[in-house]
Design a protein around this ligand. Sequence first.
Ligand code: FAD
Length: 479
Amino acid sequence: MRSQAFLLSSWAALTLAAPSTTNNYGHFDPSDIIERDVAIIGGGAAGTHASISLKDKGKSVIVIEKKDRIGGHAETYIDSATGTPIDMGVIIFHNLTIVRDYFARFDVPLITLGSDAGSGSDSVSANYDLRTGKEVNITSPSQADTAAAFANYTQFLSKYPRLNDGMFLPSPVPDDLVLPFGKFAKKYGIEAALPTMYNYNPGLGDILTVPMIENQRVWGQSLVQQLSGGFLTTAHHNTSELYSKAQAELLAASSLLLSSQVLDSERCDDGITLVVSTPKGRKLVRARKLLITIPPRLNFLAPFDLSKNERSIFAKLIDAGYYTSILRNTGLPDNLSIANARPDTPYNLPSLPSVYSIGSTDVPGLKLAYYGTPRSPATFPLPDKKVKADILAAFKTLQRANPGAFNQTEPEFVAYSSHAPFYLQARPEDTKKGFYGEMYKLQGGRSTYWTGASWRAQDSSDIWRFTEEEVLPGLVEGL
Ligand SMILES: Cc1cc2nc3c(=O)[nH]c(=O)nc-3n(C[C@H](O)[C@H](O)[C@H](O)COP(=O)(O)OP(=O)(O)OC[C@H]3O[C@@H](n4cnc5c(N)ncnc54)[C@H](O)[C@@H]3O)c2cc1C
């Protein structure tokens, strides 16, 4: 708890103090005081892009990242025997100028997804029910039906152009935007698009029951357009190449604190002060503006001196968990990719929590497995132990049900990553009452701006566009 004296101290008072100072946070040597235009919390897709953009605009920044690397959900496993990268996180990007320019700035080449002999070029896809291990025969919607469904969808979206820029909902919020997505799809003739939407937007929770607006975050006009033009991916199948290069640049400019976390803070209208724990001891960060990009869970934001209003808004967010892993000794053929499917559910969707899919990789003997939960009020919807046990059980079920086709081996994890909390989202009743309007009104309050997946979408390209067009203009004003 901070003292009353601390609460009354102001940014102005702190900046007027001598550089080597004992203040309400204790004593700081001049070498431990960092002064920048902008402090950025989190070095994932949002924080990294914002830091580079601000740097290029001539602003000084400091990124505070809790892990020993930046990149967040962009994670790449490097096979130690062959040096082959396997992206187990972010892979695809929209073909937009902002994306191409960003990758070009770091000299990271992009290609159209699927245009080279890389990952999965000879792969075979099949549907299996991972509860029984039995193959499920599914008739997918025809291309023509899928295209017609997406045309119906874009026609609907065209009524709300601001939805493509962010979670800018009309007021009052139309009922259609909070309909469970399954009902919405039926009402507007979008059912044939549902399997594609589900495949490209995992980690959302149960797509049939989530409010339409939550699936729409990712499935905005921009993503729909990529279906005809083709997604971009990195030519080296290594998204982390972008982040390694950005990290080197930020470190060289003394603009990044890795393995660091904010312990305490004061946010005022004319600037912010942070006490940060770093591997080299505590630092005092003073900045004109603060950009928070981490998932806005109350427990994560505890050191940020939240107002009652901020606390009551963020307390309403619920979550869905998403987990990735790489395994060896799975007993499955190298080129086989599996989607979890049920013979007895609408659209053959599996019940969550469960493995979504098993993917092949460029390394013989290694498989990717993706796992998701339904929506949950918990920050961490499932313990990692349970997720891992379910993933192993899915492989064993497949082996047992298909003794002739799959080898009877003991699968082992070579990498595992929990991405929880993942899909932070509002309940439909809160959305209807104007939740997102209230959340967006927080931008700029007490020198603090907000961005990241929870503010826009679980989609790097959309996050970059949103941050650049909707958040940074206000943030750089007056800097
Ligand atoms: C498996 C997987 C695959 C995906 N595939 C794609 C894809 O192909 N294309 C796509 O566009 N999107 C994809 N996504 C969505 C992806 O999450 C977003 O594109 C984007 O990476 C989210 O960026 P962010 O900055 O909001 O969050 P994050 O990437 O999570 O970044 C947040 C950062 O903040 C750090 N942090 C957290 N708490 C603190 C703290 N208290 N102090 C300091 N730092 C902290 C974290 O360590 C992290 O580095 C995928 C996600 C997952 C999990």
